[in-house]
Design a protein around this ligand. Structure first.
Ligand SMILES: C[S@@+](CC[C@H](N)C(=O)[O-])C[C@H]1O[C@@H](n2cnc3c(N)ncnc32)[C@H](O)[C@@H]1O
Length: 280
């Protein structure tokens, strides 16, 4: 039954599509929802005319979603999405849910109103580069968070537990979508797991699909905008010839030649006994 969803970007509402999926059928979810940025107590983007930040990529929201819900309604929606995601992952499955903490009315909004009653295991800091701060009351925010929500049997791929929990990765710059993931970030997540089926319910420009396909995994994408679905599909086609993940996995090209065996240097032991052979 899942076959019909595999390796497709489904044009639709995430909750409608998630409701159709059976329990425990997905290995990994990687996603970044709309952040509700246009509902803001500051006036960075507040009134839609730009406020102080006239060139912000999200000034008009997304193609057919304005990113401006009442705060409680937004939190209720996102929490419902998270509960559905927990339902569809397997007992060894995990969700990497990217969000942003921000200051609202002088106090940190840390998304505790969304991420509760789910098995939260770790918070990864994604340190981005630069940014703009119009408020003299706090330092320039430079990170986003990635909640690792994991069911009890979830384990990382071998050796990946040696990565730290602060990842310094530059935001994406060559993508027309207003809020794309950097390929490197998703590559780090997917290749740190052995997941075969990867779901992104807010697929946007298709980054999760492109990375999953590039790493030989299956994907399921959901996206509300027909325009973004179309560009994600076009991007997937291009990736069949020129995979974007190749940049991070160049070694794969050479895997046909086995890597040189590293021999342990043995300490030289002088055998004084044999010396006598040469001593005449
Ligand atoms: C932050 S963006 C995701 C960007 C994506 N990670 C990428 O790399 O391009 C959020 C996406 O969610 C989509 N979206 C908004 N509401 C949605 C809904 N109810 N169901 C599915 N997608 C939705 C928006 O159109 C937008 O493309």
């Amino acid at each position: 039954m899942l076959e019909e969803y595999l390796n497709r970007i489904i044009h639709g509402d995430c909750l409608d599509v998630l409701h159709q999926l059976p329990d425990a059928c997905i290995d990994l979810v990687v996603t970044s929802p709309p952040y509700n940025l246009k509902n803001s107590t500051g006036n960075g983007m507040k009134d839609g005319r730009g406020g102080k930040w006239a060139n912000a990529a999200l000034i008009k929201g997304y193609e057919n979603y304005d990113d401006c819900m009442p705060v409680e309604e937004y939190a209720r929606w996102q929490h419902e999405v998270l509960l559905e995601l927990v339902r569809v992952i397997k007992d060894d499955g995990a969700i990497f849910y990217n969000h942003k903490w921000r200051v609202q009315d002088g106090l940190i909004q840390d998304r505790r109103d969304i991420v509760y009653d789910v098995p939260l295991r770790q918070i990864i800091i994604w340190k981005r580069k630069g940014g703009i701060n119009f408020n003299a009351g706090y330092f320039l925010p430079t990170y986003e968070v990635i909640y690792l929500i994991a069911k009890k049997d979830f384990k990382l791929a071998p050796h990946c537990n040696s990565y730290g929990d602060v990842w310094e990765i530059m935001q994406e710059q060559r993508n027309d979508h207003p809020a794309p993931f950097p390929v490197e970030l998703i590559d780090r997540i997917v290749s740190s797991t052995t997941a075969q089926i990867v779901l992104d319910p807010f697929m946007g420009s298709g980054t999760t699909a492109v990375v999953a396909a590039g790493l030989g995994r299956d994907f399921i994408g959901i996206e509300k905008s027909a325009k973004y679905c179309e560009s994600a599909n076009a991007r997937l086609e291009k990736n069949k010839i020129n995979p974007e993940v190749a940049k991070f996995h160049q070694l794969d090209l050479f895997q046909l030649t086995p890597p040189p065996v590293k021999r342990k240097k043995t300490k030289q032991i002088y055998d004084y006994g044999t010396q006598s052979l040469f001593q005449g």
